[in-house]
Design a protein around this ligand. Structure first.
Ligand SMILES: Cc1ncc(C[n+]2csc(CCOP(=O)(O)OP(=O)(O)O)c2C)c(N)n1
Ligand SMILES: [Mg+2]
Length: 541
């Protein structure tokens, strides 16, 4: 064992923590790591993308699809920076992603000599992007640092972590065997706060629940609480799928705003409540109760009447025990909600072109299939109206909303969840950010289905210029490849679907393909604006 190198100790530690894949792009700074991976290839696989952002996004997709840690490795400097947007997105989505980042020779760090891939204060750059980062300074530390990093990723608010390791550290002997993964204990349940929440919610006449990404592992509990309180549940983007869209109490963003204007108590579960607090207004007639694993988050926008700190599921389970002692008798709100849904559905007719394509997708994508959203016309409509049936089946990139996350993240999703169909949607603009990773999908036989809505433009930008800037169009029209020939030239399958009926048929064929990725190009024109349903005015306060 004393012959174990730092690289071998880190690989053994990844395996011990249940990480079975490293999304990684090689270079001299991590040659020893790749050699250790080669020798452990019966226990851990390597997926090598064609650009480091692919490694970062694939790890992000794997983490989001499973809720488990996922890891990537890249060279320092440009390699690190190429993963910057993915790491930033992992941070803002609270995703447990571990980055293994190379470094220049240990003794020269900070001296500014200009080594290959050197960047000034790499540790400082990293520290701006993640909460836990550390450099491996001796082989004997490596196993402990992996364990610490993974523990940090799951403590309090979840998020990414980074280990740096110098070019001459990976190969040094003296590594120790892996530590067993620790159990992360959340804070003890605050019984007083739970009782206070139960009293306020139990007495409320018009309670509502708002879910964010932090509620994704509390679907059963939110569903039970919603039924007990007859409380509508708003999940927009990261909170979608926590309550099944087929439940009449599951509400869309604009209906959520309407109900916000009427509510007397609201329970926020793992959400920043950004739209309500920043756009819809708040006043003293609304009692705010929040569950969040991050105490700092609760102090940011509006101080809640009751704060419940910790993971949502155990707190909600206790609340479900206590609430029946305080809960008012409640009539079903199902009919009321159905009427309100009908009114909003009539208004959503404005988005008919987008919705026709989404209907085609929903008809073919099974209940457990995963939909990876991107900032595109179809994506905006999906966030508002696409029915989602289960948690972790609608992945939307949170407040970075970064073009280009879609295809590469979805590849990681499909790689981590080969058992379910995975579908990525993007515009022609967004797709081209990471379309090079078609090579990775073909090389590693990842049968992701990507639908590219091609309007020959950064359509969203173009419409804003047309409508708000006197049609002074600039930097928004795109020269595209022939997407079919482009995809096929990688060895992928490719289809063109001209309308929703054709899309449905193409999807059916594509989701059945094994071992080969598919690109479906959908030529479209300009689409109606979704913004009146997203940026809505104050509803109270
Ligand atoms: C990284 C990043 N850069 C720029 C933007 C700004 N942006 C938002 S939507 C958009 C256009 C998207 O074009 P496309 O993917 O073709 O979708 P469409 O709107 O045409 O449906 C741009 C440039 C962004 N969201 N993310
Ligand atoms: Mg476009």
């Amino acid at each position: 064992m004393d012959k174990m190198t730092t690289a071998e100790a880190i690989v053994a530690s990844l395996i011990a923590h249940g990480i079975k894949t490293l999304y990684a792009l090689p270079g001299v700074h991590n040659d020893h790591l790749f050699d250790a991976l080669y020798r452990a290839s019966d226990r851990i696989g390597v997926i090598h993308p064609r650009h480091e952002q692919g490694a970062g996004y694939m790890a992000l997709g794997a983490a989001l699809a499973t809720g488990r840690p996922a890891a990537y490795a890249v060279v320092p400097g440009p390699g690190l920076l190429n993963t910057g947007a993915a790491l930033l997105t992992a941070y803002t989505m609270n995703a447990p992603v571990l980055g293994l980042i190379g470094q220049i020779p240990d003794a020269d760090i900070g001296r500014g000599l200009g080594h290959l891939h050197e960047i000034r204060d790499q540790a400082g750059v990293i520290a701006r992007l993640v909460d836990f980062s550390v450099r491996v300074k001796a082989p004997a530390e490596a196993s402990r640092l992996v364990a610490q990093a993974v523990a940090a990723m799951f403590s309090g608010r979840r998020g990414p972590a980074v280990l740096e390791c110098a070019i001459d550290m990976w190969g040094r002997p003296g590594g120790s065997p892996p530590l067993a993964p620790g159990t992360v204990h959340g804070p003890d349940l605050d019984e007083d706060a739970i009782a206070a929440a139960a009293k306020k919610l139990g007495a409320a006449k018009r309670p509502m629940i708002i879910c964010g990404g932090g509620a994704q592992d509390a679907s059963v509990e939110v569903t039970a609480l919603s039924a007990m309180l007859q409380a509508p549940v708003l999940g927009y983007r990261r909170g979608r799928g926590v309550l099944d869209s087929r439940d009449p109490l599951s509400v869309t963003l604009p209906l959520g705003r309407e109900l916000w204007g009427e509510a007397d108590a609201v329970l926020g579960v793992g959400t920043r409540m950004f739209y309500p607090f920043r756009h819809w207004g708040i006043d003293d007639d609304l009692t705010v109760i929040r569950i969040d694993s991050d105490p700092e988050e609760l102090a940011r926008s509006h101080r809640p009447a009751v704060s419940l700190i910790g993971d949502a599921a155990p707190i909600l389970r206790r609340l479900l025990d206590v609430l029946p002692h305080h809960n008012a008798r409640r009539r079903s709100r199902a009919d009321d909600m159905r009427q309100r849904h009908a009114r909003w559905n009539a208004r959503f007719e404005k988005l008919a072109p987008q919705r026709a394509f989404l209907d085609a997708i929903r008809a073919v994508l099974p209940e457990d299939g995963i939909f990876v959203d991107e900032v595109t016309q179809i994506g905006f409509a999906a966030r508002l109206t696409f029915p989602v049936y289960r948690p972790r089946t609608f992945l939307s990139p949170g407040y970075q909303d970064n073009l280009g996350w879609g295809y590469a993240t979805a590849l990681g999703v499909k790689h981590a969840r080969p058992d379910v169909p995975v579908l990525a949607i993007s515009g022609d603009g967004g797709f081209m950010y990471t379309a090079n990773e078609l090579a990775t999908a073909v090389c590693h036989r990842i049968p992701l289905v990507a639908v590219v809505f091609n309007d020959g433009a950064f359509g969203n930008v173009r419409r804003i210029q047309a409508e708000q800037y006197g049609n002074r169009l600039i930097a928004c029209d795109l020269a595209n490849p022939d997407f079919l020939r482009f995809a096929k030239s990688f060895g992928a399958a490719a289809e063109r679907a001209k309308d929703p009926t054709a899309l449905r048929a193409a999807l059916k064929r594509s989701l059945a393909r094994r071992g080969v990725p598919t690109v479906i190009e959908v030529p479209v024109g300009a689409m109606p604006s979704p913004w009146e349903f997203i940026h809505m005015p104050k509803a109270r306060g």
